[in-house]
Design a protein around this ligand. Structure first.
Ligand code: ADP
Ligand code: MG
Length: 618
């Protein structure tokens, strides 16, 4: 007798269930996808016991007639795929016709469904794989599916489930990620008969994003199209770097949530220099492309996909994301610096400054002279005064060009008399708070700037650019410093002398583990030669051999961020008004200025309404 037998349907379903139905969240995912495929615009979900006692999903989609209800629980029965040729270009979420029979084989499942035209609906009950009962039943148009006692017949599998809380978190994640692709569909989740755990009303994509992420700050909109026949389109939103620690990056490809390292990597590359290295980006991205260019059928739960032109997609995403990053900087620049439309004419602002009147030599850089603001606020018309509003800064002959902040004199402060306005572009300087924050006014807003973070970012940008074009200028030390290096640093120094020199450090071997430092990169200002060298040597020692496509390798960015941090003005540095103005000017000029290299924000603005609310004026 032959040893090979065909599996019974019952067994085949259970085996398929092993792949498709891993945990309660997989059931929710399959049922939710079916509701979406059925054109529902509202899907309500109830779960009990983390999904093992009950999953109930109610939709108002097309529904099924009695025949279709019966067919839907047959293995490989689907209304979505008719010909083999369609397999290459799947447009629906489901196509395998496996979900309902699989779920039915490991639970007690009830299907209740009615089509639009039918007077009455159909109710079918399946208990652990066998059909128990079918009859007519009254119900609303659409489909209700109830799944009870999930894995009741598979105690071993049930044992593998995590705590109710964890299973519930997986279920929520399924709903959240799917909801991002369908903002116009309302979703809700009720847990253990309590209050709605999720209540997402039908809305637009931006509001859905905010609802899902509970996020109120600025979103970075992503919008790009390849314009090629591959039909590549990317849309969605990223959160600001400071939100990245607590939120997820969700990626949907052709409306299907996927986990894809290539896409994730491209987003990180696109945010390079903005998001701190090693942090993960947060937000939701929807990638659309011609279905022929992906293979969804590589994972039974369709969690992974394969791209046919992965490198094109990778490049496309990097470009779209870096564009959005840059746009955010420009938008922020005009928000913070642009002349407000209500700006008074500059002539009225020509109040002599204390240092101007007293003739105190402030060593003002030439570049402090009034410069026309580089950006205009969108919609800002040329009828408003185009002239710079920074009233003072005379062009002093013979002043040195652009000193770096740390080398600036930090003399005891002589505060500007309150009635005199110190302005830069659209910003009026109020003063320094806690010797750490610059307080400014801009168009009726209070703008608070973290001086350390701001300066750190400026230096980081300059160091990075200098490193990229091999143009880091070094500055000779007045007195060369001899340094005794720790053994591992001494080893690195010997091996990597050229790499160290590329940062603008001039060092001479002095025997054994001693080196004499003669010059340092000009940008690091007053940082001690030892600290600068240690940063570089640590960085070089951490160099990974992994090749990356990044413009600046990760270890270099980390090293430059550390150098910038040490060289930047600190909390506790009292700044002169002109130094604050210089900082503002350099912020405006910096390609990226909104966040420090560690992803912390540099600027926070408080609107007049916000402040008036504090005081119950409104
Ligand atoms: P697939 O989604 O891969 O086609 P399923 O087993 O998930 O396979 O569903 C089988 C069929 O049952 C679907 O093709 C669809 O015709 C029908 N169906 C399932 N759920 C619903 C629903 N909520 N509303 C309408 N039809 C449904
Ligand atoms: Mg399905």
């Amino acid at each position: 007798m032959s040893q090979i037998r065909i599996l019974s349907d019952h067994l085949a379903n259970q085996i398929a269930a092993g792949e498709v139905v891993e945990r309660p969240a997989s059931v929710v995912k399959e049922l939710l996808e079916n509701s979406l495929d059925a054109g529902a615009d509202r899907v309500d979900i109830q779960v009990e016991g983390g999904g093992t006692s009950l999953i109930r999903i109610v939709d108002n989609g097309t529904g099924m007639d009695a025949d279709d209800v019966m067919l839907s629980i047959e293995r490989h029965a689907t209304s979505k795929l008719i010909e083999e040729s369609q397999l290459a270009a799947i447009a629906t979420l489901g196509f395998r016709g496996e979900a309902l029979p699989s779920i039915g084989s490991v639970s007690r499942m009830v299907i209740l469904s009615r089509t639009r035209d039918a007077e009455i609906g159909t109710r079918a009950e399946i208990r652990f794989g066998s059909l128990r009962d079918v009859h007519e039943a009254g119900c609303a148009r659409g489909t209700i599916i109830e799944v009870r006692h999930l894995f009741g017949n598979l105690p071993a599998r049930k044992k593998f489930l995590k705590s109710k809380r964890t299973e519930l978190a997986h279920i929520e994640e399924v709903i959240y990620s799917q909801s991002l692709a369908h903002p116009r569909i309302a979703f809700s989740l009720q847990v253990d008969g309590g209050r709605k755990k999720i209540a997402l009303p039908a809305t637009d994509s931006e509001q859905r994003m905010r609802d899902v992420y509970r996020y109120r700050d600025t979103l970075l909109p992503i919008q790009a199209e390849s314009g090629r026949e591959d039909g590549l389109q990317l849309s969605g939103y990223l959160l600001l770097p400071e939100a990245s620690a607590s939120a997820k990056l969700r990626v949907l490809v052709n409306s299907r949530p996927v986990q894809d390292r290539m896409i994730r990597h491209a987003v990180i590359e696109g945010m390079q220099g903005f998001l701190m290295k090693g942090h993960s980006p947060a937000g939701a991205l929807l990638l659309e492309l011609s279905p022929e260019l992906i293979d969804i059928n590589v994972h039974p739960a369709k969690r992974e996909i394969r791209f046919r032109k992965a490198s094109d997609v990778h490049r496309f995403i990097i470009h779209a994301v870096s564009e959005a990053t840059q746009q955010y900087q420009d938008q922020k620049r005009s928000e913070v610096f642009a002349l407000p439309e209500s700006a008074p004419s500059p002539s009225q602002d020509k109040i002599p400054m204390p240092w101007e009147a007293g003739g105190r030599n402030t060593d003002l850089p030439k570049s402090m002279e009034p410069a026309a603001p580089a950006v205009n606020r969108p919609g800002h018309t040329a009828t408003a005064s185009p002239a710079p509003v920074m009233p003072v800064m005379p062009d002093r002959p013979g002043t040195p060009s652009r000193p770096t902040m740390p080398t600036m004199p930090m003399s005891p402060s002589v505060a500007a008399p309150a009635e005199q306005q110190v302005r830069y572009s659209g910003l009026t300087l109020i003063g320094q708070f806690l010797q750490l924050y610059l307080l400014c006014e801009h168009d009726g807003q209070l703008v608070v700037i973290d001086q350390h973070a701001a300066h750190e970012r400026i230096l980081f940008q300059q160091l990075r650019q200098g490193y990229l074009d091999q143009s880091l200028v070094s500055q000779c030390l007045l007195f060369p410093v001899s340094i005794d290096l720790a053994p591992d640093h001494a080893d690195t120094m010997e091996k990597e002398a050229d790499a160290v020199a590329a940062f603008g450090v001039e060092a001479e071997f002095f025997g054994d583990s001693s080196w004499v430092i003669k010059a340092l990169p000009a940008l690091v200002g007053k940082t001690s030669p030892e600290e600068v060298l240690t940063d570089i040597l640590d960085g070089l020692a951490n160099r990974s051999t992994e090749s990356t496509a990044a413009v600046v390798p990760e270890y270099i960015d980390t090293l430059l961020a550390s150098m910038a941090c040490k060289a930047a003005i600190k909390a506790g540095n009292r700044l002169q008004p002109e130094e604050m103005l210089d900082l503002l000017r350099r912020m405006e000029e910096s390609e990226i200025f909104s966040h420090c290299p560690h992803g912390r924000p540099v600027i926070k603005s408080f609107s007049r309404q916000e402040i008036e609310k504090w005081f119950h004026r409104i």
